[in-house]
Write a protein that binds this ligand. Sequence first.
Ligand code: BDR
Ligand code: CA
Length: 314
Amino acid sequence: MHKVIFDTDPGVDDAMALLFLHHHPEIDLLGITTVFGNAEIDITTRNALFLKREWKIDAPVVRGAGETFIPHRVTHAPPKFIHGDDGLGNIGVPEVTDVNPDPRPAHRFIVETVRANPGEVTIVAVGRMTNLANALKEDPEIVGLVKEIVIMGGAFDVNGNVTPAAEANIHGDPEAADVVMTATWPVVVVGLDVTMQTVMTRGQLADIRDAAGTSRARLLFDLSQFYIDFYEGLVDDGMVVHDSCACVYVVAPELFKTRSGTIRVVCGGIADGQTIQKPDGRGFGPSDWDGDLPSQKICVGIDAPAVLKLIHDV
Ligand code: BDR
Ligand code: CA
């Protein structure tokens, strides 16, 4: 069993990823921590509560950061043109008053849950890295207690999606991402290099809806339509399942090819939010940045059909 904290900004592809974690028999979902990103923190938290209620998920929803690690840091606005004004494809998410979030802030929930399950917790982070950076700031010793951090974010050998250099989850809080990627806990980054290859077609999504025949699958189909329309023209047909890729990595890492090396995030300037890996074994002479930085993994290859099948079948 994999004990997982899901750190998320729902978000259409976040919702699909949440449903995967909820259904997968080898995942024990310990908590859903929210962060600003695809929408403001009030909205992403409301959406997490809504999905918890609609999909009957036991795990608590825990409200996280509403602003960047360095307060008032300038970054891009929530991408309402991708996820809708309500963050879930403009389905008209109602206010949720009958389910309450856990009273703790997300970073404290992360610290306490990791300390209560030493060596066992995997954190799947598919939004800004702010909650993780805040958790590290509060309790730096958790680096030795976490099993693994699996991140959806970054663009290493490909262009970004917010700027030519930067991917959204990293561009939205570069300092937080740099703290998280240079900490000495084991990190695996599932970035645009592989997620952009993982596209669920409209037909496959309709198939899930029809095969399951449940209101859960119907809701997933409905909330995805706005997002799919945005991606039309960018990909052949369908929905890029960024965040689900990170969840699949937890249960089926053999479907990914990884490369190890030290990672830094550019903080400021024209390449703000760019993720760069220096592969292990490559030397750059006196300008090496290594120092004491840990070697972390990034994904450079994916068996996309197998990943999509896993998502489909769960
Ligand atoms: C990431 O940004 C968000 O829009 C998605 O939910 C995903 O986590 C992709 O760049
Ligand atoms: Ca996300």
